[in-house]
Design a protein around this ligand. Structure first.
Ligand SMILES: [Zn+2]
Length: 329
């Protein structure tokens, strides 16, 4: 079952939150921003929210760069931030586990928006009956959060509604350009090389959107250890398809990857480790990968290059973004 561990960590949060609700909220610190505050669970939501909010709201993210949402435990400062937020943005679809229930309960006294509920159910992938929550991996699908996100921001900062609508339209156009660029980049790969081997199955939407087959050593969640049979099977697939690399994600331990490389070597196949992919979290703040667009851009470049393709030149629509994040093309 995916995302099971997060349930345990967040049961504690549920208790702590009921304490917060029972006591008076601490007054805001002197000099604190007077802008409405939006709090996002994951960086991929927080970044899109801050692009669309512009200066109108203060947007913060709960689960920071490099953190694994599958294993995340809320901190006391998260609880304060949840209490002080004017708007809470989360994905739902099982990603935040028990936290989603807590957030829905908070919805009785503040604005809480579950963005996943706005994605058409027929667009979602499932694994053993559980919804795969990693939909940020396909920009065309992720752009489905733009309108509900913009609506929630505009309701929280009504004076800014026109600005927010304009920014949302602009950002949706960037995502469309990004989607086109990923398609074009993947098309540079020969058909036989369109196979992505990763350590956990976060790339289902990426594969489905861009025509890459996937092999993952373990399932949707990072909580379970891969079995020896999983490792042997992955090594066999890599050897048969002559795939040169396996990708390690930023939020996962490389141990099972090393075991897979050893198993492939026994089959006479040399398997290397590809560049680090961003699966469940963006890169460090202040780097291009610390943005949603940059995360998809970096993943695509790493995958396409390692499998022997050539990433397409960035479309004109993304050039201002590339300059802004300091990405030299
Ligand atoms: Zn994941």
């Amino acid at each position: 079952m995916p995302h099971k561990t997060i349930h345990a960590g967040l049961a504690t949060l549920a208790c702590a939150l009921s304490l917060v609700a029972a006591t008076a909220a601490a007054p805001a610190a002197a000099g604190a921003s007077e802008r409405p505050r939006a709090l996002a669970t994951i960086g991929m939501i927080g970044d899109v929210a801050s692009e669309i909010a512009g200066p109108c709201l203060e947007v913060t993210t709960m689960i920071g760069p490099g953190s694994d949402p599958h294993l995340y435990r809320a901190t006391p400062s998260d609880i304060r931030a949840l209490d002080q937020a004017d708007l809470i943005l989360y994905l739902g679809l099982g990603l935040e586990g028990q936290l989603a229930t807590v957030l829905e309960r908070l919805g009785a006294r503040k604005r809480v928006t579950g963005l996943g509920a706005h994605i058409p159910p027929e667009a979602l992938l499932a694994d053993d009956g559980a919804v795969d929550p990693h939909l940020w991996m396909a920009p065309a699908l992720w752009s489905g959060i733009v309108t509900p996100l913009a609506d929630a921001l505009a309701e929280t900062a009504p004076d800014c509604a026109a600005d927010i609508a304009a920014r949302a339209a602009h950002y949706a156009a960037l995502l469309e350009a990004l989607d086109g660029w990923v398609h074009e980049s993947v098309r540079s790969l020969p058909q036989s090389r369109r196979l992505l081997i990763t350590a956990h199955d976060a790339f289902g939407y990426f594969g489905a959107a861009y025509g890459l087959e996937l092999a993952a050593i373990q399932g949707l969640s990072t909580e379970s250890e891969a079995s020896i049979a999983d490792i042997a099977e992955t090594a066999r697939i890599a050897a048969e398809a002559d795939i040169p690399v396996i990708f390690v994600e930023s939020t996962i331990s490389p141990r099972t990857v090393e075991a897979t490389i050893a198993a492939a070597a026994k089959l006479g196949h040399s398997l290397g480790i590809g560049a680090e992919l961003h699966a469940d979290a963006m890169g460090a703040a202040g780097t291009p990968e610390g943005t949603y667009i940059g995360m998809i851009h970096a993943n695509t470049r790493a995958i396409v290059t390692a499998l022997g393709g050539i990433p397409a030149p960035l479309p004109e629509a993304l050039e201002p973004w590339a300059r802004q994040v300091g990405l030299a093309e």
